[in-house]
Design a binder for this molecule. Sequence first.
Ligand code: WT7
Length: 635
Amino acid sequence: MNFTISSFDEYKKAYKKSVEQPEEFWASIAENFSWKKKWDKVLEWNFKEPKIEWFKGAKLNITENCLDRHLKDKADQPAIIWEPNDPTEHHRILTYKQLHEKVCLFANVLKSNGVKKGDKVCIYMPMVPELAIAVLACARIGAVHSVVFGGFSAQSIADRINDAQCEMVITADGGFRGTKDIPLKNVIDDALVQCPSVKTVIVLTRTRTPISMIKGRDKWWQDEINKVETLGMIDCPAEEMDAEDELFILYTSGSTGKPKGVVHTTAGYMVYTAYTFQNVFQYQPEDVYFCTADIGWITGHSYIIYGPLAQGATTLMFEGIPTYPDAGRFWDIVDKYEVNTLYTAPTAIRSLMQSGLDYVKDKNLSSLKVLGSVGEPINEEAWHWYNDNIGKGRCPIVDTWWQTENGGILISPIANVTPTKPCYATLPLPGVQPVLVDENGNVIEGNGVSGNLCIKFPWPGMLRTTYGDHERCRQTYFSTYENMYFTGDGCLRDEDGYYRITGRVDDVINVSGHRIGTAEVENAINMFTDVVESAVVGYPHEIKGQGIYAYVILDKESDDLELTKKDISMTVSRIIGAIAKPDKIQFVSGLPKTRSGKIMRRILRKIAEGDMANVGDVSTLLDPAVVEEIKKGKL
Ligand code: WT7
């Protein structure tokens, strides 16, 4: 691959070219991929509708780029190394040849079950190689995958399945995470009561948990594989896809309403994830690359599966959690497989930091070359701990800022190229044109300034729409500021022109690197039988970054407030999933509201933070006394 940037000078040149001649720039990157037909036009766009088309007219299949084209000289190189939850269970390695075979076989399973190009397939699976196989098999035949993270509830899955009208669900009996067995198939059974569009469920066996299997609808993964194998349906030619054909839908929360289905398409996403993977991490042949994310999130899509495989890398997939069997698990894995690149989240770093250095000290981490961080701002203490104790001061930390909607990393150091600075995502990657904007929509020029972060020019990996509701896409991302994509993040640009992301400026909470909408949590709390009203805000949490703080008004006295809190949490868990459970619940008799009835979250945020002195002016509130009461009641 000849698009690897290897000096700061080269970065500056590439950046300049990407701004001055974006079409030429991206065309020269795209030349490195395998196309069934090349594009007629590199880019057509406007942010008004919005309409974004990259590599228009081109034909390709992303799996040919991720698999087939590596068979010539990398057939026997590991594509996926899989480390199980239980360290005493055997690990698995799939070479490019084996992965190709398995993807083709399973693609034939999809076909023989009636899945066609354009059909939507929901995937709800544990972190096992079959999850990657299922994802790639969909892409092989042009089916659109919608992966749902294993921590979401039946209700959340049903909402997602119905929104996308999925025809098929791929799941497993269960999944192992630490000491827990997650009953995935049971959750799917509960979801499907509400999902008439689903005709078939393919079930992988993993935990051997007893499950129900409904004749005509539910089929065992292995039986289906055996069937196509017996029929000699081994190979599966890759479906010819248009550059702008949908590749996948991934749901993400915003400040209002139900989660949105972010739509990514084929060619631009492929080029962008491969380009950014290669450059940010400076991947070298035979390196072992370990991203600790779950494939249920965008990081897993782009930087466990598509980006690394497009580059012919060896990507390590881990089924478990960082603290099982103990807080040394990541370091054991680095030691065992001689991992060269570790890409993880600040929340994991903070939790392992708290467990102490005993878990690090006997592990051989000398293979490490590059460390990555993603998901939320990394605080200074965690940055230094990661740098000193894991990287031993010799591995650059790439603090990668991006979002589900972006497809790939937008602002980040390039390892060993961009001088790093703790807590800074540093500089935009080539093709990315960030601007800071003030409340009134004026672009803030110069350095040493802060504002709302927008991007003023398209990049190939950006979202194209929100599934089934293009107007919502326009509203959410392209209407706040004219002709710009609005990220929802606040940001400062320091004297050196380096970017530091300061966090969300909307009603979105970032819990352990996962985005949770306050409105969604409020809706779930309000479904509890005795709740009149609630307001949810984020507050600083030592490990999670932000925690969920809920102010709740009950319509009658509870004789056991602690039990009521647990009931409320259980309700949220049922409606959204365990990841959205409030960390703290405070019962109140009223909420601070303006005369027009708007909840003053700013005040609630200050109180949740314990910053009582800066609650500010409350005199314009409908009922200022309520603030004093809430302050007093704070635990
Ligand atoms: C939000 C996106 C795609 C990454 C995984 C999360 C925050 C992400 C950073 C970072 C500061 C970050 C932002 C962003 N965020 N990375 N390096 N520094 N903040 O994806 O769920 O779509 O959330 O995560 O607030 O808007 P996501």
